[in-house]
Write a protein that binds this ligand. Sequence first.
Ligand SMILES: NC(=O)c1ccc[n+]([C@@H]2O[C@H](COP(=O)([O-])OP(=O)(O)OC[C@H]3O[C@@H](n4cnc5c(N)ncnc54)[C@H](OP(=O)(O)O)[C@@H]3O)[C@@H](O)[C@H]2O)c1
Length: 274
Amino acid sequence: MMKIILNNQVDIPVVGFGTFRSKGKDAYEATSHALKAGYRHIDTAAVYDNEKDVGAAIRESGIPREELFITSKLHNRDQGYLSTKRAFKRSLSELGLDYLDLYLIHWPKSYEASADSYQALEELYEEGFIRAIGVSNFTFHHLEHLFETAVVTPHVNQIECHIFLQQTKLHEFCMKHGIHIEAYAPLMSHHVKELLENETMAGLAKKHGKTVAQVALRYLIERDIIVLPKSITPDRISENIALFDFSLDDEDMRTIRGLNRGRKLFPEADNFDY
Ligand SMILES: NC(=O)c1ccc[n+]([C@@H]2O[C@H](COP(=O)([O-])OP(=O)(O)OC[C@H]3O[C@@H](n4cnc5c(N)ncnc54)[C@H](OP(=O)(O)O)[C@@H]3O)[C@@H](O)[C@H]2O)c1
């Protein structure tokens, strides 16, 4: 599996397994299948209410812990300095792990709340409980305010990103600051049909003998973006990691770049009270 090196030299598998909207048996079975299929990077969050199931699949896989990259995220109700520390320990305990590879502030709240939560993340990072820290759903102004108080530059910003919302400017801004982008909803989430039915993408899939989903994921990887496809369907779980036996040429990249249309599927952090 191809890896990206974060700005603290920690490496992260470029494909992570998404677990949003899968719970209980679905989350356990999907994660178990993903690990058997070769995923070594799993993305969960306290708010997904599946850390216990995902954690059980991880522990029962028998894969050595150091070969895995596990991410969780702070629930917004837990933002604040002490509450972040408590929430992090709760996530660790639900997952049955003794450290995380990446822990993120899931959504920005007030600048002050984000700064306090982030300070807690920095301390947990310095204490060795987390190998990399970051944020999610942060746009330019959230990051600029965080920079005023942060000691450790976030290693990652996890944002909605897919072929119809390519996040070119935010990606450029983050890379300039050494922050890697993780693409959530890389297959357009609950609007996946819109992606699968796109004729341009179907043409490219045919050209490469791959599926539309694979071309959409490969496009992001070509841009050095980490992708987090989610599926509870075994064949699709395997399909979404079979991305390394082809590549897109300059013309393919230009064609897909042309599909960008600012199509936001999840609420803007500034207009939604999480
Ligand atoms: N930080 C955040 O705020 C945030 C927000 C959203 C998501 N995320 C993270 O990002 C991950 C991915 O986002 P997402 O789950 O919203 O959406 P996604 O991965 O873009 O799309 C998932 C949907 O696509 C379907 N699918 C998956 N692979 C497919 C394939 N090869 N062919 C056809 N359909 C396919 C899945 O169906 P089946 O499951 O039925 O197979 C599911 O309906 C999440 O799971 C989560 O870990 C983070």
